[in-house]
Design a binder for this molecule. Structure first.
Ligand code: HSE
Length: 434
């Protein structure tokens, strides 16, 4: 049996998971790959007690792996952007194929990296960059290649979903759950990436490029985090038959592509509304296949290692294939990418959940509904609570029909200026995903 030689850079959560799964399941992995996959060098600045390297050669210098003539595939699991980008470009320059789990790097520098790889006739594989162990990249790029993708929506950050689930089910405090997500190895080095939607935006950009055949355009994603979510909105959403999830949404619209990450009310009967804990899920709607759902663990050592190793096996199988006949990085041939524009958030139309703090006086509801009616925004549902004893203000919850953001913003500003409303109006987008 021939062997394919792998250099593993990074021995953190995913790196050690990859080493361990390759050791444990080497027989089935090799049987699938049709060759022996051998780790010939590991680069790590410190040992990882979760990982027994035995006599595998170790270096502290990741660039030594990129230049090691024995290495066929460099696996980049060091994370971050600056050094990782240099490392991958160096590996490509030395004729290595690359496997990476680095979503930030692919989202922000993927166009440059894929170009460099194409010029050199090598492949950069990145299945583990989105939704951990779920083979979503392969599904969109290959499994759905017959389809025009209409939209996709996903829970693609395990940490955020874990936090929302624990807060909802156990009433735990935000910070407390975040610490647990860090201890379990789910969270990013900078956890604001998880809770502010930046990590999800990185992943969404990658999925959108694969789905719509557009270059990676991270700077155009609209991003809103979950750190300001109030538990009372989670409860009101449930009363209305919805669940709040932190969704990444990419949709082909008349004039362009929507790319947005934000807290979203979705009907509780949708499967996506029932994806809890660290689990991720992505719904992809193709014109031929209809809606399809991909579900699984979105973070963690071995789930992510599963995707890293799948890429190694794929590469091992195609190492001898002519570069022109390999699967293109973004699924579309590079000269066939589209220049369709990404829409600004002001051009996007969605329904809204509004929570207004209103004075408990006659006529307040009718003034608010009049403003919405003047703006031609229909109301789908209203909840108004009785005021508690001694309270002058009551929460008023309104679900609107779809409206363009600009029109909704103008109406909300007018409601906010009424003398009978108090404080900021909470607004959360609603998607039926039907
Ligand atoms: N921080 C990420 C998450 C890790 O929680 O989903 C996987 O990309």
């Amino acid at each position: 049996m021939n062997s394919v030689k792998v250099g593993l850079c990074g021995l953190g959560t995913v790196g050690s998971g990859t080493f361990n799964v390759l050791q444990r399941n080497g027989d089935v992995i090799n049987a699938r790959a049709g060759c022996r996959i051998e780790i010939v060098q590991v680069a790590s600045r410190r040992p990882n007690p979760d990982c027994q390297l035995g006599d595998t050669p170790v270096t502290e210098d990741v660039f030594a792996v990129a230049r090691n003539p024995d290495v066929d595939i460099l696996v980049e699991l060091i994370g971050g952007i600056t050094v990782a980008r240099e490392l991958i470009l160096d590996a490509i320059a030395h004729g290595k194929h690359v496997v990476t789990a680095n979503k930030a790097l692919i989202a922000e520098h993927g166009n440059e990296i894929f170009n460099a790889a194409r010029v050199k006739g090598v492949t950069v594989a990145f299945e583990a960059s989105v939704a951990g162990g779920i083979p979503i990249i392969k599904a969109i790029r290959e499994g759905l290649s017959a389809n025009r993708i209409e939209w996709l929506a996903g829970i693609v950050n395990g940490t955020g979903n874990f936090i929302l689930t624990e807060m909802r089910d156990k009433g735990r405090a935000f910070d407390d759950v975040l610490v647990e997500a860090q201890q379990r190895g789910y969270a990013e080095a900078d956890p604001t990436f998880d809770v502010e939607g930046i990590d999800a935006a990185h992943k969404l950009v990658i999925l959108a490029s694969l789905a719509f055949g557009i270059p990676l355009q991270f700077e155009k994603v609209f991003t809103e985090g979950i750190s300001n979510l109030d538990t009372q909105d989670v409860a009101y959403a449930r009363q209305l038959g919805y669940q709040i999830k932190h969704l990444g949404i990419a949709r082909r619209n008349n004039g362009g592509i929507e790319l947005r990450v934000h807290p979203t009310l979705i009907p509780r009967k949708r499967l996506l509304a029932n994806v809890d804990g660290v689990m991720n899920a992505v719904v992809v709607k193709g014109d031929a296949v209809g809606p399809t759902l991909y579900y699984g663990p979105g973070a963690g050592a071995e789930p992510t290692a599963s995707a890293v190793i799948a890429d190694i096996v794929d590469l091992a199988r195609t190492l001898t294939a002519d570069p022109e006949h390999r699967v293109p990085h973004l699924g579309f041939q590079p000269d066939q990418l589209s220049d369709i524009q990404v829409l600004s958030i002001e051009q996007v139309e969605t329904a809204y959940y509004l929570r207004i703090t209103a004075r408990d006086v006659p006529g307040v509801l009718s003034k608010i509904t009049q403003i919405l009616s003047d703006a031609k925004i229909s109301i789908e549902a209203v909840i108004q609570k009785e005021a508690d004893d001694g309270e002058d203000y009551v929460p008023l919850i309104i679900l609107t029909d779809r409206a363009v953001v600009k029109k909704l913003d103008e109406a909300v500003d007018k409601i906010q200026q009424l003398p009978t409303t108090e404080g900021d109006i909470v607004r959360i987008r609603v998607e039926s995903l039907g």
